[in-house]
Design a protein around this ligand. Structure first.
Ligand code: ATP
Ligand code: MG
Length: 424
């Protein structure tokens, strides 16, 4: 035997024991997005590298060190998408979705970042994202946040997460604040860690987002962006808070919340939890009014969020909130070739009568005893047994596998009706 080949580090297989949970969570998300009037968009996993450089920003963690970038056979630089917003904006511009139109969009799918794999942080991970184009807010900022809140509520996670919000202001006020911040940090340069030394020149706002405990004292005492907001952004932020309060949603102001991507402006928010250790953000988003124009489209206000699906699944699992698999199943057992052949006909009748039922026809032969064992292991509630006697009588034996009720013989002609009564 040759050596088996393993998956690439940080890329997970989702096995059948996992996918039931994934499907149920995804279903809840899709359903809520639909009821809020959001429409699905499906985007390629591969894009031109330039797209992410121009949107996410050259001096961000993602572009500096996390992208899977390679040359294709035509020597074109391509990148596995590290997130969905840039692709969504690219597609919207390319297909004219932003001309005098409001778009409410969502997508679900994998992203790729070359990070150190650990709990809640992988090299392939899934987002469920929503993006809105063509509305200046703050009403739609509130709508989007309330949408994310409803998803968490339907997943029973409300009491395990906190909403943090902040405003990054417009680009001018941010530039003015940047100077004030750089002055402050330069005065305390001896306290900056290596990453922050570098960021001081390339992306000083990101220093506020440092997770290094040694830096926290310096960060807490830093001048606040909130105190340098332009009037319009300040009013926008005030209104947003009024709407959230009116909707009964609790939130915290986090003046150090800056987000790791360059394109954000005004509202930013994160849903955080203490249940997942260091990887505490389960959903993150904000407004990015400049991005459509920056990527070559007509100026279009926009905003969005993304849930990190692995972190959502971890929480649901850890808190014991995963739905119990509860699928009724029907298991066909046959004795002999003639019975098996006839069973193929009866299985169809069962499937037609109960389109949602899980119906298994035993494959692989074996003794009746062995088939009953398999039926039991499958979790089936009901077994249908077709042997020579049944075959001759045009009947089939129905046996409840989880209840102490005597088995009974039913006519094959009445199979559909009997099953419908049983599983109604
Ligand atoms: P973090 O600060 O945790 O690195 P981020 O700011 O890089 O997150 P975003 O780009 O905003 O993350 O992505 C939105 C969400 O996607 C995050 O809040 C998180 O839940 C999830 N996420 C981001 N990177 C990863 C990863 N490598 N593995 C799993 N989930 C991730
Ligand atoms: Mg990150």
């Amino acid at each position: 035997m040759s050596n088996p080949i393993n998956a690439v580090r940080g890329m997970n297989d989702l096995l059948p024991v996992d996918t039931a949970l994934w499907q149920s969570v995804e279903k809840i998300m899709r359903e809520i997005l639909r009821t809020f009037g959001y429409q699905e968009i499906r985007l390629p996993i591969l894009e031109k590298t330039e797209l992410f450089k121009r949107s996410i920003g050259e001096a961000t963690d993602i572009v500096e060190k996390e992208m899977y970038t390679f040359l294709d056979r035509n020597n074109e630089s391509l990148t596995l998408r590290p997130e969905g917003t840039a692709s969504c904006v690219r597609a919207g511009i390319e297909h004219g979705l932003f001309y005098n139109q409001i778009q409410r969009l969502w997508y679900m799918g994998p992203n790729f970042r070359y990070e150190r794999p650990q709990k809640g942080r992988y090299r392939q991970f899934y987002h469920c994202g929503a993006e809105v184009f063509g509305l200046e807010g703050p009403d739609v900022d509130a709508e989007l946040i309330l949408l994310s809140a409803r998803i968490l509520e339907k997943l029973n996670l409300t009491s395990h997460v906190r909403l943090q919000i902040n405003s990054l202001g417009d680009s001018q006020s941010r530039a003015a604040y940047r100077k004030v911040l750089v002055d402050y940090l330069t005065k305390h340069q001896d306290q900056l860690d290596e990453d922050s030394q570098r960021r001081l020149v390339t992306n000083p706002l990101r220093i506020l987002d440092s997770k290094n405990p040694a830096m926290q004292n310096l960060i807490v005492k830093a001048p606040k962006l909130m105190d340098h907001l332009d009037t319009e952004s300040a009013m926008h932020f005030e209104k947003l808070q009024t709407y959230l309060t009116s909707a009964g949603l609790q939130f915290e102001l986090n003046p150090c919340l800056v987000r790791g991507l360059d394109y954000y402006s005004k509202t930013v928010f994160e849903w955080v939890t203490t249940e997942l250790g260091a990887q505490g953000t389960v959903c993150a988003g904000g407004r990015y009014d400049g991005l459509v124009e920056q990527l070559g489209g007509k100026a279009t206000p926009a905003l969005g969020f993304a849930f990190g699906l692995e972190r959502v699944m971890l929480m649901v699992q850890q808190l014991g909130l995963a739905p119990a698999p509860n699928e009724p199943t029907l298991y066909f057992i046959t004795d002999g070739e003639a019975a098996l052949t006839q069973a193929f006909k009866l299985v169809n009748i069962a499937r037609d009568a109960l389109p949602h039922l899980r119906v298994l026809l035993h494959c692989g032969g074996g003794s009746l005893k062995n088939q009953f064992k398999k039926a039991d292991k499958s979790g089936a509630e009901v077994a249908l047994i077709l042997g020579e006697q049944e075959l001759n009588a045009k009947a089939i034996t129905l046996k409840m596998l989880r209840e102490n009720i005597p088995q009974r013989l039913i006519s094959q002609n009445e199979l559909a009706e009997e099953l419908q009564k049983l599983f109604k």
